[in-house]
Design a protein around this ligand. Structure first.
Ligand code: ZN
Length: 323
C-alpha cells in the first residue's frame, strides 16, 4: 500500500504488522518499525523533532523500532558539520566501492537515499558535499563532469581520499566507546548502576566507566576530569543531589560530550531548578528493566549505536573493507 512515511513524509510502503507496530519502507529512511503511538507524535504539522535529522538517524540505524521514547530522543538530534557529513559520504562511497580505482555511479533514484545518508535536508547540499568539499578537496575525481542539476556522475576515490579514510579508522571523532557514569557513591545506587545503567550503556554499544567512588568520595579530581575528557558520553544520575555529579555533568556538557540525566522518580522534585528543563529519565527501583530500555533508546537516538555493536555486514558478493 502506497502511503506517506511518518518521519520524512516521502512516499513510502506502510504495512501494519499487528495492532501495535507498522513496518515502513521509505526511499529516504529505508526500513524501520514504528509503534502506533509514535505515529501520533509524528503526524502533527509541527512535530517536536526535525524531520530530516530523524530520517538521517533512522537511515544510519537500520532495524530500529521507533517508539515514543525514540521520538523524544529525536528532539536532541543536532545538525552535523559539513566536514563530518563529507566524511560520512566518503566512507559510504568507500564501503560500496572499496577497490583501488573502483568506479562508483548512482542511479538517479538514489538521490533520496544520499540525502539521508549525508544528513542533508535537500539535494543541493549533497551536490555541495560531492563537488566543493570532496572533489575540490582532492578526495574524489569524477569521470564525466559537469554535474547536472539532479545527477552526480560516476567517479573514483583518489589516493588522498583513501588516506583520509584510513586516518578516520584510527581517529574518528567519537571513536571512544567509554561512557562515564557520574553518580552518588551509595550502595543503593550501586545496585541501579549494576542492574540498569551499565546494561543500558552496554546494550547501546558503549563501555560503562565508573571511577571507584570510595577513593574519590566527594571530590572531583584529575583522574575524573581526564576520564570525562576521553568519554563519548556521560550518564549523570542526579539522585542524592551531589555537587560533584552536577559539576561532572556540566564539565562534560561544556566539552560538547552528550550528557544523559537520570534520577530516581521519587526524587525528581529535588533536581536543581536550573536544569529541570533538561530531559531527565526517571527510574523506579521496582521497574529497572523499563528504565534500562529507555536509557538505551535515548543514547541510541541521540548519538547512535556504539562501536561495541557489530555493524551490518556488506551486501553479499561485496568483500568487506579491510579494517
Ligand atoms: Zn522516511
Amino acid at each position: 500500500m502506497k502511503q506517506t512515511c511518518p518521519i520524512c513524509q516521502s512516499a513510502a510502503e506502510v504495512v501494519a504488522l499487528d495492532t501495535t507496530f507498522l513496518q515502513i519502507r521509505c526511499a529516504k529512511c529505508d526500513c524501520f518499525k514504528i509503534t502506533q503511538s509514535a505515529i501520533g507524535d509524528c503526524s502533527t504539522s509541527n512535530p517536536k523533532f526535525v524531520r530530516y535529522l530523524a530520517s538521517a538517524y533512522i537511515r544510519a540505524n537500520q532495524g530500529i523500532t521507533v517508539d515514543v521514547d525514540v521520538i523524544d530522543g529525536f528532539a536532541g538530534l543536532k545538525v552535523k558539520s559539513v566536514s563530518e557529513r563529507a566524511r560520512i559520504l566518503l566512507q559510504h562511497l568507500y564501503f560500496q566501492h572499496p577497490g583501488a580505482g573502483e568506479m562508483f555511479d548512482f542511479p538517479l533514484n538514489d538521490a533520496p537515499a544520499l540525502i539521508a545518508i549525508t544528513w542533508s535536508e535537500q539535494w543541493s547540499e549533497v551536490r555541495y558535499l560531492f563537488t566543493r568539499v570532496l572533489r575540490d578537496g582532492g578526495f574524489l575525481e569524477h569521470a564525466n563532469p559537469p554535474y547536472s542539476h539532479s545527477r552526480i556522475p560516476g567517479g573514483i576515490i583518489t589516493p588522498a581520499g583513501h588516506e583520509l579514510i584510513d586516518s578516520l579508522k584510527v581517529s574518528a571523532p567519537g571513536a571512544s566507546k567509554s561512557a562515564f557514569c557520574a553518580m552518588w557513591f551509595n550502595p543503593r545506587l550501586e545496585v541501579v548502576y549494576i542492574n540498569a545503567i551499565a546494561p543500558a550503556i552496554e546494550a547501546a554499544g558503549y563501555e560503562a566507566v565508573q571511577i571507584d567512588r570510595v577513593q574519590h568520595i566527594n571530590k572531583v579530581d584529575d583522574e575524573i576530569v581526564a576520564r570525562i575528557r576521553t568519554s563519548r558520553l556521560l550518564v549523570a544520575d542526579l539522585t542524592g543531589t551531589r555537587g560533584g555529579v552536577y559539576y561532572e555533568a556540566g564539565f562534560a556538557a561544556a566539552l560538547g560530550i552528550p550528557v544523559f540525566l537520570t534520577v530516581r522518580e521519587k526524587r525528581r522534585h529535588k533536581v536543581h531548578f536550573d536544569i529541570r528543563q533538561f530531559n531527565c529519565i526517571g527510574w523506579d527501583p521496582d521497574a529497572l528493566p523499563a528504565f534500562t530500555n529507555a536509557l538505551r533508546l535515548r543514547i541510541e537516538a541521540l548519538i547512535g549505536r556504539g562501536p561495541s555493536i557489530k555493524v551490518t555486514p556488506p551486501p553479499p558478493g561485496r568483500p568487506a573493507p579491510a579494517s
